[in-house]
Design a protein around this ligand. Structure first.
Ligand code: ADP
Ligand code: TRP
Length: 319
């Protein structure tokens, strides 16, 4: 890896109970991008963002560990990326504070995420209100050029750009590089076993690291609608793991035989997921490996972000 490659920054919230919707909808794209070797990816587990909604120490530890293992298991290679925990790198919250002193309440009140939460009459923590400033710090500390996000996060990247410009203007400096959103290609919504969007909050998921037995149980519970020619939910999941050309033939041959089609889906899913599951299990048995990867990531992220903080401190006049 050379220093001239554009930096990619991605934060992932440790949401827990990963399912195949998370994988096909988000994780796979990040793995693919990092494998191109055309950029230098800094990928972090956004535990301080998650602290806005996880207030249980054991759960925080578990979710963080699971997410690190999951990303390694699905193919992020520590040789290609810097993988770390946000809370391990104090510069994120330090820079967030500095940004807080430059940003205004009305500006943050315009953030979609805040407005949505307010519209639902939710009680909003100051941390949630301020989320765009912590995210701006996450991005700007590393001179990120590329920030891969879904459409829903685009506004946050604009906040980071505005904040970088504002800082550079106020302090007559060129400390920060302006990031660009890299909008991930729209991936189809993966349906859950009941046909709604697969989501951990709907209890309709196929877990990403499900055992063969769990796959059987989950797949057999997929709702089949006999009105069409083929069971559409089964097919929609099936095409994620097997070419459509082959599937068309298979579904024509076994038309109406839902049980067989589901059995094929179990086997195809199992074949696709088994190597990831094996890597996950191996990491589970070797917690030191994960700790070591996160420690190395922390060290590298600290060096890069501390160099940026030196420039920031000089620019604002605290040193
Ligand atoms: P959940 O709905 O289970 O709470 P999250 O909101 O934590 O999932 O989603 C994490 C990431 O996974 C997001 O980037 C989201 O776009 C993606 N994702 C989640 N569910 C699906 C799905 N059913 N289909 C496609 N992508 C999904
Ligand atoms: N806000 C992002 C999300 O909800 C997570 C995130 C935090 C992030 N900091 C980031 C993403 C920095 C990209 C860059 O998914």
């Amino acid at each position: 890896m050379t220093a001239t490659k554009p930096v990619l920054v991605s934060g992932v919230k440790p949401t827990g109970n990963l399912h195949i919707g998370n994988y096909f909808g988000a994780m796979r794209q990040l793995v693919d991008l990092s494998k191109t070797k055309k950029c230098r990816p800094f990928i972090f587990i956004a535990d301080y963002h998650a602290l806005n909604f996880v207030h249980d120490a054991d759960e925080m530890r578990r979710r963080t560990r699971e997410l690190a293992m999951a990303y390694l298991a699905v193919g992020l290679d520590p040789e290609d990326i810097v993988l770390f925990k946000q809370s391990d790198v104090p510069a994120h919250t330090e820079l967030c504070w500095i940004f807080d002193t430059l940003t205004t309440m009305p500006y943050l009140e315009r953030a979609h995420a805040f407005k949505d939460a307010e519209a639902k009459n939710k009680e909003i923590s100051v941390g949630t209100f301020n989320y765009p400033m912590l995210m701006a710090a996450d991005i700007l500390l590393y001179d990120a050029k590329i920030v891969p996000v879904g459409q829903d996060q685009k506004q946050h990247i604009e906040y980071a750009r505005d904040t970088a410009e504002k800082f550079n203007r106020i302090f007559k400096s060129q400390v920060f590089t302006l990031p660009e959103p890299y909008i991930l290609p729209d991936v189809a919504i993966v349906p859950g076993v009941d046909g709604q969007k697969m989501s951990k909050s709907y209890g309709n998921v196929i877990p990403l690291f499900a055992s063969h037995d769990e796959l059987v149980k989950n797949v057999m519970s997929i709702v089949t609608d006999s009105s069409g020619k083929r069971p559409e939910i089964v097919y929609a999941i099936h095409k994620l793991v097997r070419g459509e050309h082959e599937l068309e033939k298979l579904y024509a041959e076994y038309e109406g035989n839902y049980k067989m089609l589901k059995e094929f889906l179990v086997e195809d899913l199992d074949r696709y997921l088994a190597p990831m599951r094996a890597r996950y299990e191996e990491l589970q048995e070797n917690p030191d490996t994960v700790e070591e990867i996160l420690r190395e990531g922390m060290q590298e992220a600290r060096v890069v972000s501390e160099a940026k903080m030196e420039q920031v401190r000089r620019a604002i006049g605290v040193v």
